[in-house]
Design a protein around this ligand. Structure first.
Ligand code: RIB
Ligand code: CA
Length: 324
């Protein structure tokens, strides 16, 4: 049985790469996709996920999540991901229909359908997983494992000075998820910025995506290349130079393979009331809180190996022969 995955994402450029990786990896089966507002509004995320789902022939249900965070007013990252969420990519007309359930309900139903087996990935804000926990508090015991892209422990933020985007968009939801999964059989794996920013896509990486589109003729390969070019333009405009930090695919590859990074246990919580630090993920290295570790933080990322693995998986998975 391939590894059953529930992917909750705010597609987004790096989400799209992660989703394509998860869909084309030979050892996985995506059993559900939840469209969470974040990089762009939930409706735009949903359109992106439906389009990718159709073009990648993902049979799993794709459900729309909540229109806004639990408490925080919505904020979006048009500058980073483009107004549609996929940079310069132009999506074809799609016929793929959405699942009528809410994103939260899909979380619950997928976990119940695969008790003890389902691996959940949260690659955007935690809004819909928090809502799913309100429907079924047993979720942490139903999931095999949870993998999160989010937070910045001993690293500057990318949204506020100390906050990372996925947590900053919905801090209450992130705090509720970490609290609910405290004591789970397998601690959630947290891919925070200090891990994901070790992955630096260069012009050479961008060239490989462009070459992939030309070699395969696969529409998703073209979408990813056009989206990634926008991401480079954003990073250059943001002072990082001509490169791209691509966060979600590393978390996805580690979730599937257990490779390309180590982990270490840590007690982590989310600041909700800080005037300057709301949305910060705080790690208690010295045990001052007296709490047991509640997450496994990604460490020792082997970024070059991961990038090679990512491109190799996409190059095999997107070739027409891979689809029979
Ligand atoms: O901070 C990076 C995260 O925020 C990534 O998941 C990116 O897609 C955005 O959602
Ligand atoms: Ca994301």
């Amino acid at each position: 049985m391939n590894l059953p995955l529930l992917v909750d994402c705010d597609t987004g450029i790096d989400d799209a790469i992660a989703l394509t990786y998860l869909a084309t990896h030979p050892g996985t089966e995506i059993v559900g996709i939840v469209s969470t507002g974040g990089n762009v509004p939930a409706s735009a995320v949903h359109r992106n996920n439906l389009a990718l789902g159709e073009l990648l022939e993902i049979q799993a249900p794709i459900a729309l999540g909540a229109a806004q965070p639990l408490v925080e007013p919505p904020m979006y990252a048009d500058d980073t991901h483009g107004p549609g969420g996929l940079g310069h990519a132009v999506l074809p007309a799609i016929t793929r229909t959405e699942d009528p359930r809410s994103g939260a309900q899909l979380w619950v139903d997928a976990a119940r359908a695969h008790p003890g087996e389902l691996v959940g990935l949260v690659l955007g804000p935690h809004t819909n997983l928090a809502l799913a926990l309100q429907i079924d508090p047993e979720l942490p015991r139903l999931l095999k494992r949870l993998h999160i892209m989010g937070g910045a422990i001993h690293h500057r933020g990318n949204t506020g000075p100390t906050s990372e985007w996925n947590i900053a968009v919905d801090p209450e939801a992130a705090q509720q998820v970490l609290a609910a999964f405290t004591g789970a059989a397998q601690r959630p794996v947290l891919g925070s910025l200090e891990a994901t920013e070790t992955v630096r896509f260069t012009q050479g990486t961008l060239d490989r995506f462009t070459a992939l589109a030309a070699a395969t003729g696969h529409p998703v390969a073209s979408i990813l290349a056009d989206a990634l070019r926008f991401y480079f333009e954003f990073h250059e405009a943001d002072g990082f130079g001509w490169m791209a930090h691509v966060h979600d695919p590393l978390v996805a590859a580690h979730a599937v393979t257990g490779d390309f990074a180590g982990t270490r246990p840590l007690a982590v919580d989310v600041e909700l009331t800080g005037t300057l630090t709301r949305g910060q993920t705080v790690g208690d290295e010295l045990g001052r809180w007296g709490r047991a570790p509640n997450v496994e933080v990604l460490t020792d990322v082997r970024a070059e190996e991961f990038t090679r693995h990512l491109l190799e998986t996409l190059e095999v998975g997107l070739f027409p022969s891979a689809h029979g």
